[in-house]
Design a protein around this ligand. Structure first.
Ligand code: COA
Length: 380
């Protein structure tokens, strides 16, 4: 790749300072805490508090935060009306769940009394409301797709357990709830990734939090970013079809390399020697799949074979989206909801960045190098 093309992706460019997160090959840190520590010892609610408020919560602070999130899980009527109206759009394929979620968040902003208020206090209140409501938007959307009654949020369940409950309609086991919880912790924040940068650009014009999150959702949807968790699973399903027809993973990979296909769930702009998050989720997902039987652990067998060939032939490691695809699939979550679940977590990181941007704002406005024609004359 030419140096010009690399720089056009802003690779290696330091675009600002942040106290929220550091993404390094050596470690991934949220406000001073390393990701393995958080994934082992914290809950998503604790991590959300850490990101939004800035420090580890005391017991009292955490209890109040959890109660506040639970209080705000119900959706405003216009959002529910829209989710019901989205059924034909989803059925026809003109919209996918990420599009519907983007619009639902935008409508939630339109009916939020403080939507135009960008003070820190209003932003924090709105961030908590959105964090609470997004799982309900995802759950209700899936209920609408499945043609069943909307599953109301269950206040006895944690954020992660309630999310899975609303999507599937059955209460998750402790292991399932913890796996979703860890995946939300891993997805919560990642410094100046594309969607977060988009949210900061929007916030930098002094626009509002719901608008910034709406724009960030659009950025996250693409398969080069959050959409990779869905695309990775679709690729594994494609490989399974090849295998069921008598082919092999090796054959699929040879064809992929020959056609210069990008394998979804592999590679990263910053992590060139592996993504810290991938191994954590892979281990949990594999153990869970093994517990469910060969039919389920087969997906991890295929995934590991792909990983081995990618590493041997291209020295490219999986990113977190690769094990996420397999893990969510084994849990019975519909594939088009994988990236919306990513949103349910990353909304905390985006909101933290919007608040950081507003607290010390300068319009984000880079320049480009003009390489188009000059001296053309309109009348000849
Ligand atoms: N499959 C095949 N080849 C890949 C690859 C992948 N997933 N990721 C990177 N490469 C190759 C590129 O083709 C390039 O090869 P070249 O130098 O011969 O052209 C080389 O590795 C460097 O990659 P580059 O495209 O410069 O990396 P990037 O920093 O611009 O891209 C991603 C990073 C994430 C966009 C890229 O790795 C990708 O498209 N991955 C798949 C999508 C994905 O999983 N996204 C989620 C990221 S968390």
């Amino acid at each position: 790749m030419s140096a010009d093309l690399k720089s056009s992706g802003l690779e290696g460019v330091v675009a600002g300072k942040t106290e929220i997160c550091s993404v390094e090959q050596g470690e991934l840190v949220y406000r001073g805490y390393e990701i393995h520590d958080l994934a082992t010892n914290a809950t998503f609610e604790e991590v959300a508090f850490l990101l939004l408020i800035g420090h580890k919560p005391s017991e009292r602070e955490l209890a109040d935060f959890i109660a506040e999130l639970k209080d705000h899980r119900a959706l405003q009527p216009p959002v529910v009306d829209f989710l019901r109206a989205a059924k034909p759009m989803l059925a026809s394929g003109s919209a996918v769940p990420m599009d519907v979620l983007r619009t639902a968040v935008s409508i939630a902003g339109n009916v939020d009394k403080r939507s135009q208020d960008i003070s820190h206090e209003a932003n924090l209140a709105k961030a908590k409301r959105l964090t609470a409501k997004i799982p309900t938007m995802i759950g209700h959307m899936q209920n609408v797709i499945d043609g069943r009654d909307l599953v109301a949020p269950d206040a006895s369940l944690s954020h992660a357990a309630n999310l899975l409950y609303m999507i599937r309609g059955t209460k998750p086991t402790e292991e399932e709830a913890r796996i979703i919880d860890v995946s939300l912790i891993l997805y919560a924040e990642h410094d100046y990734n594309a969607s977060t940068f988009a949210s900061r650009v929007i916030a930098g014009t002094l626009s509002d939090l719901h608008g910034a999150v709406t724009g960030a959702i659009a950025a996250l949807k693409g398969p080069l970013h959050g959409g990779a968790n869905e695309a990775a699973m679709e690729m594994l399903k494609e490989i399974a079809v090849v295998m069921d027809g008598g082919g092999s993973v090796e054959e699929f990979m040879e064809n992929a390399f020959a056609s210069k296909r990008k394998l979804m769930g592999f590679g990263h702009r910053v992590y060139k020697n592996g993504d810290h998050r991938a191994g954590i989720l892979h281990a949990l997902g594999r153990k869970y799949a093994e517990g469910k039987g060969d039919e389920f652990s087969r997906w991890f067998d295929i995934g590991e074979a792909v990983q081995k060939i990618m590493l041997e032939e291209k020295s490219i490691h999986p990113n977190v989206d690769f094990p996420c695809g397999m893990t969510y699939f084994v849990m019975g979550i519909p594939v088009p909801q994988y990236t919306p679940i990513f949103v349910a977590s990353r909304v905390t990181g985006w909101a933290a960045h919007v608040m950081e941007q507003h607290a010390n704002n300068r319009l984000i406005r880079p320049v480009s190098e003009y390489v188009g024609p000059r001296d053309l004359k309109w009348n000849g």
